[in-house]
Write a protein that binds this ligand. Structure first.
Ligand SMILES: *[C@@H]1O[C@H](CO)[C@@H](O)[C@H](O)[C@H]1NC(C)=O
Ligand SMILES: *[C@@H]1O[C@H](CO)[C@@H](O)[C@H](O)[C@H]1NC(C)=O
Ligand SMILES: *[C@@H]1O[C@H](CO)[C@@H](O)[C@H](O)[C@H]1NC(C)=O
Ligand SMILES: *[C@@H]1O[C@H](CO)[C@@H](O)[C@H](O)[C@H]1NC(C)=O
Length: 354
């Protein structure tokens, strides 16, 4: 069977983008400092009791069930952003819509990691404050799964997110289908089997009810989540190199990175560059990417706590490089904040990884 990398799907849909938020910048003066209060502790400079984010499998069965209930609560609460996202029905959709609106400004750019760090943190705040979740946003350490992707506990129908979609023939690339997968259709088990995704695919913000789909492609995890592939990314010395290796490169099927592999390995809704937050696993995948960035920062915290680099638009257009002043825009979901404010997860965001 013909194998086409998921980047090809991104390439295909990149031309569909038509909506988006601006990318404002300010001239706010930044004094970069690593150790916020001078006590030699870079981790929790200004926050004394960080929210603890755990790996999915480290949660108790009851906690897993509580988390799933909190996500379902987000799917049941009414949307607040129907002005910008006409098809949004629920609070869960508000976030999917926010990602769609921002998509073309937040991928293959220097602000990729800071923007997604902020976005996941805003989602975490919502599930805690509006839906009763009491811990941190769980993450999915998929390095535990590369040897048996379909066998991962993450897909468990009772203690996980449900499994693969039904097999649907996929002769050529579309927004949510890549040839070579083992599923492609609606998922059939687990807590989200019969949910309705209201917006998408791609950049459509209008009401378009469809199912949550998945399409396992084990070849991406088998290539990118191995110890040697992880080491190759984690040992890169500069932020720009690290970010590109972790994220993957635009329109380059041979470098889809760990970010691309989580999206492509899960497939279906998750492989959609714009609408992937329609799958609740989006937040666990991006939690893991954020955790890896934080680990990378901590490997040389003096140099890396405030290290940022890369263009503000993807390479198809010329753009200034990103700075700590660059404002992260998540639409109506939360206030804009400068990148500076999210560089230290122990600052105003106030969470930690366990
Ligand atoms: C790359 O940037 C261009 C210009 O801003 C945009 O139209 C396109 O959607 C972007 N591609 C991706 C994959 O974000
Ligand atoms: C989903 O809905 C179908 C049709 O109503 C039903 O047969 C199936 O049991 C449901 N699946 C789950 C996991 O709730
Ligand atoms: C990790 O990568 C670095 C840099 O490429 C290399 O020097 C080192 O030997 C690698 N370590 C392992 C355990 O693969
Ligand atoms: C962005 O930074 C790179 C690496 O430091 C540099 O080569 C490039 O000239 C910069 N681009 C702009 C537009 O300033």
């Amino acid at each position: 069977m013909k194998t086409i990398s998921f980047s090809t799907a991104f390439l295909l849909i990149a031309g569909l983008a038509s909506t988006g938020l601006g990318a404002p910048t300010t001239s706010r003066h930044i004094v970069a400092r690593g150790d916020d209060n001078g006590d030699g502790d870079y981790s929790y400079g200004t926050c004394s009791s960080p929210i603890v984010r755990k790996e999915w499998r480290a949660l108790t069965t009851e906690q897993k069930s509580d988390y799933i209930d909190a996500v379902k609560c987000m799917m049941a609460l009414p949307a607040i952003d129907t002005a910008n996202v006409p098809g949004a029905v629920s609070r869960f959709d508000d976030f999917q819509g926010g990602h769609i609106l921002a998509t073309e400004f937040i991928h293959y750019v220097g602000q990729f990691l800071p923007w997604h760090r902020y976005f996941v943190s805003v989602y975490e705040k919502a599930i805690r404050e509006e839906c009763g979740w009491t811990l941190g946003q769980p993450y999915w350490d998929w390095t535990q799964d590369y040897q048996d992707w379909p066998g991962s506990e993450i897909w468990d129908p009772t203690t996980g997110f449900g499994g693969n979609g039904v097999y649907v023939d996929c002769p050529e690339v579309t927004v949510t289908c890549l040839p070579g997968g083992t599923g492609g259709g609606c998922i059939t088990d687990g807590p989200f089997a019969n949910i309705t995704v209201h917006i998408g695919p791609a950049d459509s913000l209008d009401r378009n009810d469809h199912c949550l789909s998945r399409d396992f492609h084990s070849q991406f995890p088998e290539q990118y989540f191995t110890p040697s592939a992880m080491n190759a990314t984690m040992s890169l010395p500069t932020f720009d190199g690290f970010r590109q290796s972790l994220e993957g490169l635009l329109n380059d099927v041979d470098h889809i990175g760990q970010h691309g592999s989580g999206h492509g390995g899960t497939g279906g809704t998750m492989v959609d560059l714009f609408s992937s937050p329609g799958d609740p696993l989006f937040y666990l995948h991006h939690g893991q990417l954020d955790r890896l960035w934080w680990q990378w920062q901590n490997m040389n915290i003096d140099e890396r706590l405030y290290e940022i680099a890369g263009p503000t638009r993807n390479y198809t257009v010329a753009s200034p490089n990103v700075t700590l002043d660059y404002m992260l825009d998540v639409g109506v979901l939360a206030d804009q904040v400068p990148i500076y404010d999210v560089m230290n997860i122990g600052g105003s965001l106030c969470y930690t990884y366990e």
